[in-house]
Design a protein around this ligand. Structure first.
Ligand SMILES: Cc1cc2nc3c(=O)[nH]c(=O)nc-3n(C[C@H](O)[C@H](O)[C@H](O)COP(=O)(O)O)c2cc1C
Length: 209
C-alpha cells in the first residue's frame, strides 16, 4: 500500500489529534498513513506523499517550518499538503495566497471591526501573514493542498509564557473550534489533490461497495 506521512508539530495536542483524524481518513481511502511528530522524522524516503500540520504559535509553529526547511530538497519531488490550526483570522477578501487556493474553515474568520481600517491585531491575523512563510519554506515547490482550520485553546494545557501571549495578543477565548466535518472532507480530498493512487485492493473495495 502507498505510504503517506502525516507529520505534525503541536504545543498543546490539538494539531496532533487532527493529524490522527486525517490519517484515519487516508487509511480508509486505502493508504498506509503514518502519524509522526516532526521531531521524529529523519528522512522522507519511502513515502509517496507528506501531509504536514502545525498551529499558529508566534507565527507558524517553528518545528513545522523547520521540518519544511530540513526536507526542502525531498519535498521538491513529493506531493505535500499543509494544514494550519488557528484561533483568529481576519476575514480575507480573497483566499488565494501566492497563486494558491487556501481552504479556510468558514467559521473561523471574523470581519474587521472597522471595515477598511484594520487594527494591529487584525492586520497580524491575516491569511497571507499566516501562509506566506510556509510557501517560502518549500519554494520553488508548491503544496498541492493548503488548509486553515479552527484550533483549540485550553489555557490549562499551556506553559505560562504561552498563556500570557495568547491572552494579551491573540485574545482567543478558550474553546475547541476544530470543525471535524471540514477537516475530514479535506482529508478525503487529498488523494486527488496530491495525485495519489490508493492500493489496488482499496479501489476494488470501493468499486465493489
Ligand atoms: C503562544 C500562542 C500563540 C498563538 N498564536 C496564534 C496566532 O498568531 N494566531 C492564531 O490564530 N492563533 C494563535 N494561537 C492559537 C493556537 O494556534 C491554537 O490554540 C492551536 O489550536 C494550538 O494547537 P496545539 O494544541 O496543537 O498546540 C496561539 C496560541 C498560543 C498558545
Amino acid at each position: 500500500m502507498p505510504r503517506l506521512l502525516i507529520a505534525y508539530a503541536s504545543l498543546a495536542g490539538a494539531t496532533a489529534e487532527v493529524a490522527r483524524e486525517i490519517a484515519e481518513e487516508l487509511s480508509r481511502a486505502g493508504f498506509t498513513a503514518e502519524v509522526r511528530a516532526v521531531a521524529d522524522v529523519d528522512r522522507l524516503d519511502g513515502y509517496a506523499g507528506v501531509v504536514l500540520g502545525g498551529p499558529m504559535i508566534l507565527g507558524w509553529h517553528r518545528a513545522a517550518l523547520g521540518f519544511l526547511r530540513r526536507h526542502r530538497a525531498a519535498l521538491q519531488k513529493l506531493p505535500l499538503a499543509v494544514f494550519v490550526l488557528a484561533m483568529r483570522l481576519t476575514q480575507p477578501a480573497d483566499t488565494m495566497v501566492g497563486g494558491l487556493p487556501v481552504l479556510v474553515d468558514e467559521h473561523l474568520p471574523t470581519p474587521p471591526a472597522v471595515p477598511g481600517r484594520l487594527s494591529l491585531k487584525e492586520r497580524y491575523a491575516q491569511l497571507g501573514n499566516y501562509v506566506r512563510p510556509i510557501l517560502a519554506a518549500v519554494r520553488p515547490a508548491k503544496p498541492a493542498a493548503l488548509a486553515l482550520f479552527g484550533g483549540r485553546m485550553e489555557y490549562g494545557r499551556l506553559p505560562w509564557w504561552a498563556v500570557i501571549f495568547a491572552m494579551a495578543v491573540i485574545q482567543a477565548p478558550a474553546g475547541d473550534r476544530r470543525n471535524r466535518p471540514v477537516i475530514r472532507a479535506w482529508a478525503a480530498s487529498l488523494p486527488a489533490a496530491m495525485r495519489l493512487a490508493p492500493a489496488p485492493h482499496a479501489e476494488a473495495h470501493a468499486l465493489a461497495g
